[in-house]
Design a binder for this molecule. Structure first.
Ligand code: NAI
Ligand code: AKB
Length: 413
């Protein structure tokens, strides 16, 4: 095994060329690092400024137990960091802990914009040794495990979902046990099933999911709890609703319609939904999701009464969302409904609303976007300038622009 000094020197090799490679800054907490993203060499974007306001609403490091105990920032590894949630989560944690303390990984190639904000490495969650090398070489304390195959892609490709969601998670869990890492791995409303109570679904209830995604996520919850009890692994999880984001694309889930609809509203003033008008599901704006994730991740653990928490915000159906879009964006906006496909059955098996009260009691969860109108207003506030900018861009710039929306059918193909 490399000595600490040698491993620091070795790990500086992964820094992008346009960054200053100071091996000693990697473990330090520069006080400025929690207030801005000044380590980036790119021009701040709309999404960066929204992350600064999000950052203001998250506890600063002064109240944060890790700094008190260790006198430095945590070193965090993020798997699947180029997905819908990882892109923003990495930027948020880099703003708080220092850019070099957050190692972003994925099996995809990052955009130049993402690459310039801090260390990125290739890591396949199916490769235990590869992950372990990153953990050891970089002195990792915490892992946020985001790599997963979501519900719609999982139903289309169950073998892939089984492999990534079960074996990938098992690798990360074993790493957490061996190297005493804190592990946060999100779960989902998809872990519930058709026999679960549909309204205000509590944390603990009947859980008989009938999708491959739900089965693998429930397995993940139970294995995490088991490793916590048996081996003392500091496993934490949140059951997210469908996440709505302006600047990143969803990765192939059942709730993706609720992101697509905003892009179609701006482009065509019309949307054809693959879910029926009355398919009400729990939903959440992305900044609430990222803030809740960091809050649970940073929590000292003393008041946590369980390892897996429902994270609630609001609920709506396609018809209700369309009505709100008509009210706030354009009274001419129209919605149609295609013949239901396999995603309708998935949606029908999930709760209409979830109860996040235990998260509120145990660690102070408090969603900002707790009704549909606030979420819709924020989406248009974020998307309108992005759309205006995109329409002015040259095609070659467009290609690498992550705000551009790729229709979900392409993701599912
Ligand atoms: N986005 C949402 O609405 C919700 C997400 N979640 C959970 O949050 C987590 C993150 O979700 P998203 O960012 O939306 O997913 P996503 O599908 O957008 O991103 C997943 C990432 O995992 C990566 N990945 C795939 N195979 C991999 C492998 N073998 N090794 C390493 N990385 C690999 C992909 O390249 C992708 O960047 C997942 O666990 C998901 O189940 C839960 C509920 C709702
Ligand atoms: C709710 C989720 O887990 C995800 N958005 C999906 O639809 O698969």
């Amino acid at each position: 095994m490399l000595s600490k000094a040698a491993s620091r020197t070795a790990s500086t090799r992964i820094l992008p060329l346009n960054r200053v490679a100071n091996p000693f800054s990697r473990f330090a907490l520069p006080s400025a690092s929690i207030t801005t993203t000044t380590t980036t060499t790119t021009t701040p974007t709309t999404s960066t400024s929204s992350k600064i306001s999000l950052l203001d609403s998250v506890d600063t490091h002064k109240n944060f137990h890790f700094y008190a105990q260790h006198g430095r920032a945590p070193r965090v590894l993020v798997t699947g960091s180029l997905g819908q949630l990882g892109t923003g989560l990495v930027q948020l944690m880099r703003s708080k802990y220092g850019a070099d303390n957050v190692i972003a990984t994925d099996i995809k190639r990052p955009t130049r914009e993402f690459w310039s904000t801090g260390p990125f490495m290739y890591a396949d969650v199916l490769d235990y040794k590869g992950l372990e090398q990153i953990v050891v070489d970089n002195g990792i304390d915490w892992v946020v495990h985001l790599s997963a195959v979501l519900s719609a892609v999982g139903e289309k490709n169950p073998q892939l979902a089984l492999n990534i969601n079960l074996n990938g998670f098992q690798n990360v869990l074993d790493l957490a046990k061996t190297h005493q890492l804190r592990l946060l791995s999100p779960s989902t409303i998809g872990a519930f099933g058709p026999s679960t109570p549909k309204d205000s679904t509590p944390d603990t209830t009947i859980m008989r999911p009938n999708t491959i995604y739900g089965i693998t996520k429930l397995h993940m919850e139970l294995m995490g709890e088991y490793y916590h009890q048996k081996h003392g692994v500091d496993f934490r999880s949140l059951r997210y609703p469908g996440i709505i984001s302006a600047d990143t694309q969803p990765g192939g889930g059942t709730t993706d319609y609720a992101v697509e609809i905003f892009h179609s509203a701006l482009r065509d003033n019309h949307y054809t939904s693959f879910l029926g008008p009355d398919s009400e599901l729990p939903m959440m704006y992305i900044t609430d999701c990222l803030r809740g994730t960091v809050e649970l991740l940073e929590h000292p653990g003393d008041t946590l009464t369980q390892r897996v928490y429902n994270l609630d915000a609001c609920s709506f159906s396609p018809a209700q969302l369309a009505e709100e879009i008509r009210r706030q964006h354009s009274e001419d906006f129209s919605i149609g409904y295609s013949e239901p496909d396999f995603r309708q059955a998935i949606a029908d098996s999930w709760p209409r609303s979830i109860d996040g009260s235990q998260a509120k009691v145990d660690w102070g969860w408090n969603p900002v976007y707790d009704d549909t109108s606030k979420l819709v207003a924020e989406m248009f506030k974020q998307l309108k300038p992005l759309f205006a900018r995109q329409t002015k861009q040259q095609p070659q710039e467009h290609e690498e622009h992550r705000h551009e929306y790729r229709p979900q059918q392409a993701v599912l193909a």
